[in-house]
Structure formats: C-alpha cells, structure tokens
Design a protein around this ligand. Sequence first.
Ligand code: 9GP
Length: 831
Amino acid sequence: MKPVENEPYEDERTALTKEAFKRAFLDNLFYVQGKFPALATQNDYYQALACAVRDRLLQRWISTAAAYTKQGSRTVAYFSAEFLMGPHLGNNLINLGIYAQVREAIAELGLDFDTLLRQEEEPGLGNGGLGRLAACFIDSLATLEIPSLGYGIRYEFGIFHQEIVDGWQMERTDKWLRFGNPWEILRPEWAVEVRLGGHTEQYRDEHERLRIRWVPGKVVVGVPYDTPILGYRNNTANTLRLWKAEAPESFDFSTFNRGDYGGAVRQKVWSETLSKVLYPNDEQIQGKTLRLEQQYFFVSASLQDMMRIMRVQKLPLERFHEKFAVQLNDTHPAIAVAELMRLLVDEHVLPWEQAWDITCKTFSYTNHTLLPEALECWPLELFKSVLPRHLDIIYEINARFLDEVRIRFYGDESRLVRLSLIDENGERYVRMAHLACVGSHTINGVAELHSELLKHDVLKDFYEMWPHKFSNKTNGVTPRRWMALSNPRLTNLLGDAIGDAWIKNLDELIELEPLADDAAFRQRWREIKHANKVEFAAFVKERNGIAIDPQSLFDVQVKRIHEYKRQHLNILHVIALYHRLRSDPNADIQPRTFIFGGKAAPAYHLAKLIIKLINSVADVVNRDPAVNDRLKVVFLPNFNVTNGQRVYPAAELSEQISTAGKEASGTGNMKFSMNGALTIGTMDGANIEIRQEVGAENFFLFGLTAEQVAQTKARGYRPLDHMTPELQEVISLINSGFFSRGDTELFRALTDGLLWHDPYLVFADFESYSECQLQVSKAYRDVDRWTRMSILNTARSGKFSSDRTIREYGADIWRAPSVPVRLLSQQDVKV
Ligand code: 9GP
C-alpha cells in the first residue's frame, strides 16, 4: 500500500501495507473477537476489520494528543446536542487513504468487503441537517489540522428507525449499540459529577462574605466515550467526546438491605435515562424537563472536562477563553453561558465581572432556524426545578444586560420587554436564544439570506444593540464522505480528468469547466450517472419491491418531512402529471421516477399524513399500466446517512422547494449539486448561493421570494385566490378517495389545511412550480445541454465544502491556528 503523505512512520503493527493490514485483521479476529473462521460471523469480521483500522487511528490520535499537549494549543470546542456521524469504517479508510487497498486485502482473505461495510450500525445521533452539519464540521476541523473537541451526548438510542407499514410511518427503536461500538473508547478516569434540581441557600464564607450555595436534589455521573476523528490524509486525529449518564452508585446497598429492591436500582435507572434517547423532533422544541436535563448534563460535563484539561496543562482558569473557543450549535447548549458563570463564580470564586468577561470571550452562537416554534423557551417553573442556581444567575445576567439597554436606548421600555432573557407576556419563559446572544461574542446565521433575516427580523433588537457581533457563515459539507466515499465512479473520473487535489481543496473542481464542452467527457459523465442509477434502482427493487427505469429522470426529495419543506407541493405536482396522463394517454411527458425519503417527528401528524399520501399515490401510480412506463413514485424508508450516500450519486434533479424565508440553509442541496444533480428550487437558504455559483442558467428557479412571501402574508393570503383548474382537479381527486380506497376523509386534514390556511403558500407557488417542471423536462430531453449543466454544477460547487466554512469560522470567530502533527511510533513514547 502507498503510505500517507508527511513522513509516515511504519511499524509492524500499524503500517499501512497490505500485508501488515491482513495480519492485524487476523490478530484482531483471534485475540479481540476470540473467533476463528469456522465460527466467525460477518459481524465478527467487521469488528476485526474495524479494530485493525482503529489501531491506525489510535497511533494518529496519540500523536495528535502529544502535539497539542506540547504546544498547549488553542482548541475549538464544538458543543452540539447532535452529531449525525454516519458509518465510520468507509470514511476512515478514505481519510487514511487506503480504501482500495483494504478492499483488496479483504478480498484476498476470501471475504466480501461490501458485506462487511454493511455490518456497521450507523450512529444516528441526530435528527437531520443540524446534526449532520456538526459531523461535517469535525471532519473539516481535523482535515484542516485545527485542534478541536466535539462535545455531545452518547444517546443509547439514536433517531428512530422508520418503517413504512400500509403507507404509514412506524417508529422502531434504534439499537445501534447492540453489537458494541468498536470506534469508541471509554474513559472512566475522566468521569465528572453533574448536579440537578434541589434549591439554593445563602451562607457566609471564611471571609464572612455572603455567598450562594446550590444544594442539588440529585447527582449523576457523566462518563466520556471518545471517538477519534481523522483528518483527510494527514496525521491528525481529533476527538469526539460523548457523555453517557450513570448513577454515582449503581446499586444502593442500604436501600437493598432494607428490602426495597426496586428502590435500590431506581437511582441507576433514573440516571441512565438522561442519555437514553435522542429527542426525535426537528425544528420543534417541546418544553420537556428531560430535554433540559440532557442539555445541562452534557454542557456541564464538557465545561468541567475543559477545566480538567486546563489543570493538566497547568493553565490558570483566568485564561479559559484563551485556551478554548466554544461554538454553541443552536440554542441546545446555550445553558453553557450560565454554567460557565456558575463554575467560575461559585466554584472557583472569581469576581462576577471577570467571570462574565471570560464567558463572553469564550462563546459564539450559531442560529439554525427562522421558525418561531424552534426557538427554545423554557417555562420558568420547569427551569427553576431543574436548575435553581442557574435561574438566579440568569436573573443577574439579565439585570445587568437590561441596565446596558436602558442606557443605550433611553426611555425605550418596549425594547426592554423584547430583549429581556425572560419572556413575561403571559406564562413566564427563559429565552435561550437571548441567553446565547448576550453571552456570546459572535452570532452567525448559516446562509446569506438567513443571516440577513436574523439581523432584520428574528434577532433584530440584538443586531441593533451589537451589530459587530453578527456575521454569516454559509454551511458546507465534507467532500470526503459526500463525494469520495459515496460516489467512487465520479471520484475515479475526476481523478483521471483533473487529479484528486479537489478532495482537500474543492475549489479545484473548477478545472472541470472546460470539459463541459468536450463530447467524449460528457459521454463518460453520463455513463457514470447511469451506472449510479442502475445501482440505485437495484437497491430500490430490493427495499421497496418496485422496478424503476434507469432511463427515466431521477427526481429526488430527501430530507425531514415538514410542511415548510413542502413535500406536499411535490406530490401535488405528481398527481397533476398523473391526471394529465390519464386524461390524455398519449401526452408526451418525460418519463420520471419521483423519489422521496425522510422521517417525520413522531407527534407531527400532518407530516405523517404527507408520508401516507406519498405512499398512497405511489401505490396507485405504480400499479396503473396506463402510466407506469412513464411515472413511478418511490418512498424510500428510513432515510439516513447511509441511504443518503446511496441516493445523492444517482440523483438528477434535486428538489429544494421550501417556502422562501423558511429554510435556514439546507445542506442536502449542496450534496446533490456536487454530485451533478440540477436543482429545482426557491430563492431560499443556500439555494440562492448555489444558483449564484452554478449560474442562473444551470438552476431551475420558481416561486415567490422571501420578500414576496412576507408581502403576500401581510396582505392577507387566501389560498383559493391561487386555485387553477388543474390544482382543483388534483385536490378533488384526493378528496374523492381515489388514493385512499374510497375513504374521502383520510386526507381531509391536509387538503382542508391547504384550502383554508396554507401557511407555507403551497397554492401560491403551485403554478410556478408546475411550469418550472416543464422546463426541467424540456432540458432533460436535450441530453447534451443537461450533461453540460450537470458538469457545471459539480465544477462550480467548490464553495460548498465544509472546509471553506470552517476556514471562515477559524479566521473570523475562533482564531485557532492549525497544528500539524508528526506521526509518533511506540518507541517515541516513553513509559
Ligand atoms: O433547518 C436548518 C437547515 O436549513 C440547516 O441547513 C441546518 C444546518 O444549519 O440546520 C437546520 N436547523 C435545525 O435542524 C434546527 O434548528
């Protein structure tokens, strides 16, 4: 095998040669799994393979830790309640640069590499875009050699597994840890205690000063599990540190001895509940005590851990903000502002002013949503029962902050009400976004439009107070997972055409541009897309039992199911096409396969009804011989990272059709475009920037702009004003029970909602969308034109690498220089 660049150290055990790898694999099978071929299962082989890779990660991890410790490096701590990592094995092989060689080694051992890859249970510790962004970011941080730690929760059960039964979404528990997790290392020696509940009381310290003491109601222990995060073809392995909650004493013998057997384990059960399950709600926050406890649990454990690191490195706490830059991924970890104050003031006896200065210099906050229902607010009483001391601290932060506002905006009482950390209009709430804004030195949105809307709408008052704090950091995705790993055919073609520097510097894709005019290259481009489609069609056949035609246009919408993302706009258009074909069987329409995928929050009834409608339409259309040579509809169950890796490379049309002003950024839109799919989309989120980059002529734009949406609503939107004869037919067909075996009521909540309210302006955009889809079909029939557009989408997607995003965070917010790592061997480490 070819070694990685940068003076690699090869020893017997961790060399990247094929022979060393085979030996490591067999060693692990024997000495770690305790199996030999006659007894080994595919999972044993997977575990052995994972361990062989892990040895190589650990060598880099130790080398990285040594380099960082020696330099006392400034470190980025990325606080996120979600990390949607996806499977590790393939990605680690890509980043080590040994994917092809290991595939060969495994084949030479007589095993099927792809079967082993499929053994890995995906760690689905996130809901969607926000959690996946965190995963892309830590990949880029390691690739850019920036010292960093991802801090989060090791949920025992991640996002539910979605099954479709009779067209309905059913949720099944995600038991991802069932067969163990070879990628994590337990670090019990760094466990910390986290307190919750109880009350506060005053006391006098040894200098007779009046102080506050928190008397907690319960204590849990946070135990860290570390996963090494490898950079692409360098020696850096950063850490993802996820906390598991445990009881301080797993078994209470005094209770047991009194004969209360249940009581003896109750504490253990309660404690473990804290990291038991990921809340499956995307974009909607429910005020649940357990969720606040989860957030506080991981934030407190992480801050304590960072203070331990400072102690080990003999750094005074006064320099906390010099050592660490903490990024708050949405408001989920915003309680960190109050917790750092508590740790500094109560536990380390720093004066309030100094602690506040450190706190504000430590944190920065990323907002990920414009939906009001997703801005976290905690009922005051609930908050007080979980975090009584933090409520006092928040009151004090608020009092000082409002004093500042009073002086700045003399006499503006309503501004005080709007800015306060406590919402006092009716039931009182703690506003977490306000806490994050006040306690952070920078605030950013995740696409240009989103950042503008934050400044002029959602966080307007904060912008007027501190304009200098605001900036934009348009999201990005890692090309390692989303191209190199998931689209090997394209990666090979790009390698032949322009080399592989693009994997580390995505702007290099621009070298492809001239090839868009090269007929032979276009032919190869098409062959690759076609091969990806054939592979995906086989997968759909196996999963859904539906035969789809790889010659048809693959039109894909995969993302969480939500009204604002408007999967219903898409399916209404499918029904319109169906109706057109049934009315005129000879209508000349471009054959298409409409592919949907995504999970709905379990309590989001309308979203689940949209899934049911898609499946019901699929049932009818796919069985109807009058149309099924031209139309097919597929709902791919359980859309997750693994399935994303299958679908993006095969997609030709990317549906990014949210109501303008609602999607903060989107990141799926970027994955599609870099894999050569064209976008049909609104002027929303990062779509706008994608269109800017790829060129308006290579993007299918439709619908109202954010400004027009606001105006339409302000004028008093009436969906019926936008009714067209075709739309009327579509709604009537649904209401007639045509897709629901004669049940005329099944979809009523959906159709009535559209007819009488339509909060996301589906009707207003329907005509423009249908018209735009005609343009898509027309363009698709011009094979050369389409291929050219597809190549240009990939060529011009350089901006959407998360490496670019991370560079911007690094330069403008974190100021954490990169620290290259020299690979150490065992001999370098003296015991
Ligand atoms: O809805 C946004 C999505 O547009 C964005 O791409 C993603 C990453 O920034 O965050 C999503 N927001 C949430 O999941 C919750 O606020």
